[in-house]
Design a protein around this ligand. Structure first.
Ligand code: ZN
Length: 350
């Protein structure tokens, strides 16, 4: 491990409480869309600012102890959109985590109005945020949950604010089928032709991108982030062509930020290349504003981490927050969250 630690290039801190006993979905999901509907879209609707803060602090604290010093988060909390990025940003700043944050605009609960609230949260946050360790970008959940208008507006907003977009794309066949039904060759062509991917934009997954499409990502300066554990867990397949681009990084997609576990999914050296690329991606987003990071990560244990002169980890102990109280609060909020998820009923209404 290098002395700047590792970058997790696509994750969801909002799922930080999941390891603390989230009940299994009933009935058991049988495909990707059922996994989204019965697990993740119920979880994100149940979030409030208290549970989100607890999830983010717990996730980031454990991530730092595992050697992750930078993460690129993709956030959704449809019941509390406004201000949600500040909750995440405050946790990052407190814990000492470099973070690139976004709200993933979607029309899947409340149509265009919901998407516009998501984009407005991105605009507000990117315009107001002054935290040295945190940057914001414009987010879309995934092409298949938004209209052309939302994709177009996301691209326009990113250009106006001189930043990029971050969205899921071609994770499952659904995105491709949706794009073709709307008259496009695929979700990448759709997003590119609507101007939704300014250079430097970040696509999570790209599992179903063809070789030609991966080359188009490279030509357009668009990053793709592979998430091997998540792809396997969701049964969506594995991307086959990412070796064709140097703009391919590695993420955990909401799994605990243990990058070694993602590396273990590779049988060749591609994982190490992706992990190293994540640092370049992070540097792009900080645009030369280098955060002073000094660490000693020997043997997979974080002996020491100093961020901007502040001790964050010392001899494997979290210094920026009290790990025990962070975990205690996380467990208390997790218990509340499972009840709130359950209260949505089988129909999934919030
Ligand atoms: Zn994701």
């Amino acid at each position: 491990m290098k002395d700047r630690g590792q970058v997790n290039a696509h994750t969801h801190c909002y799922s930080g409480l999941v390891p603390l006993g989230m009940p299994a979905p009933q009935p058991q999901p049988e495909c990707f869309i059922e996994i989204l509907e019965r697990v993740w879209w119920r979880l994100d609707r149940a979030l409030d600012h208290e549970s989100l803060a607890a999830a983010a602090r717990y996730y980031m604290g454990e991530a730092l102890l595992a050697g992750t010093t930078g993460l690129i988060d993709h956030h959704e909390s449809p019941s509390c959109i406004e201000g949600s990025l500040d909750v995440l940003a405050d946790a990052a700043e407190e814990l000492g985590m470099c973070a690139v944050l976004t709200y993933g605009a979607s029309e899947r609960n409340g149509g265009r109005e919901e998407a516009q609230r998501g984009l407005a949260e991105c605009r507000r946050f990117i315009s107001q945020n002054r935290r040295p360790l945190v940057r914001g970008v414009v987010g879309v959940h995934a092409p298949f949950t938004v209209s052309d208008d939302t994709l177009r507006e996301a691209g326009e907003l990113a250009r106006e604010l001189q930043t990029v977009t971050h969205m899921h794309l071609a994770e499952d066949q659904t995105d491709g089928a949706d794009a073709r039904a709307k008259g496009y060759a695929g979700p990448l062509e759709r997003a590119l032709s609507l101007g939704a991917l300014p250079r430097g934009s970040i696509l999570a997954h790209g599992v179903h991108l063809t070789a030609q499409e991966v080359r188009a990502c490279a030509t357009n300066g668009v990053w793709v982030v592979q998430n091997p554990r998540s792809n396997r867990a969701n049964g969506v397949g594995a991307p086959e062509h990412l070796d064709l681009t140097e703009l391919a990084a590695l993420g955990t997609d909401g799994f605990p930020s243990q990058m070694e576990s993602e590396l273990a999914e590779f049988s060749d050296g591609a994982g190490a290349l992706r992990l190293a690329a994540g640092e370049r991606l992070m540097a792009e987003r900080f645009d030369g504003d280098v955060v002073e990071l000094a660490g000693d990560f020997k043997g997979g244990v974080v002996r020491q981490l100093v961020v901007d002169g502040r001790p964050i980890v010392q001899d494997g102990v979290l210094m920026s927050a009290n790990r025990e109280s962070v975990e205690q609060e996380a467990r208390a909020q997790a218990a509340r969250l499972w009840i709130r998820m359950d209260n949505q009923g089988a129909g999934g209404e919030a």
